[in-house]
Write a protein that binds this ligand. Sequence first.
Ligand code: HEM
Length: 205
Amino acid sequence: MAENREFFYRRLHSLLGVVPIGLFLINHLVVNHFAVYGEESFNKAASFMHNLPFVLALEIFVIYLPLLFHAILGVYIVFTAKNNVKRYNFVRNWLFFLQRFTGIVTLVFIAWHVFETRVQVALGADLDYGLMEGILTSPVMFWFYVIGVLSAVFHFANGLWGFLVSWGFAQSPRSQKIVTYATLLIFLVVSYIGIRTLIAFAYGV
Ligand code: HEM
């Protein structure tokens, strides 16, 4: 019985990483990419998202609660998982280790990012281009965001591989190889979108 419950929680953890958290991550980075087309484009896109009907309920049920569940169980998994990296130097073992490592880095990054954006907006700051420009023109924060975004995107893309394999969508060696290339492509494309946006805020180009 206890094993069944653990199995259920692990499946739920895995599913939530893709839907809704992974989809939200992509949506968030794509919407932010409007910054590349200028201040006005970004402000329009951000205010559209911010003024969606039922936005607070959407945030709570589509982002915060799933993320909280995924993060709490994730930290538990990280500190109880057996990492094989030292014994077997295979690429998959490193990716297994990096999945856990980027989970922790992403957690620190998201906590800080939510504090200096969403919490500040709730306390009265304006949600606009200037908010992110003010943060990202500091070189320390720029690099912190580069690491945070790369970490989150890696964690999502490599996690998607694990999801597709563990849910049985990619079982044969051939399909796992295709999924490896597909998730590598997702990592490269989504990373580009995220980093390009950071450069737009930091350097105005
Ligand atoms: C942007 C936020 C996040 C996204 C998009 C995300 C996405 C994912 C995905 C898609 C998986 C793969 C599920 C599977 O293995 O079947 C996963 C696994 C995992 N995530 Fe996250 N995650 C995020 C944040 C976090 C955080 C904050 C932690 C906290 C440490 C975390 C810890 C983990 C762990 C440990 C696994 C591996 C689970 C396992 O192997 O069974 N994740 N994540």
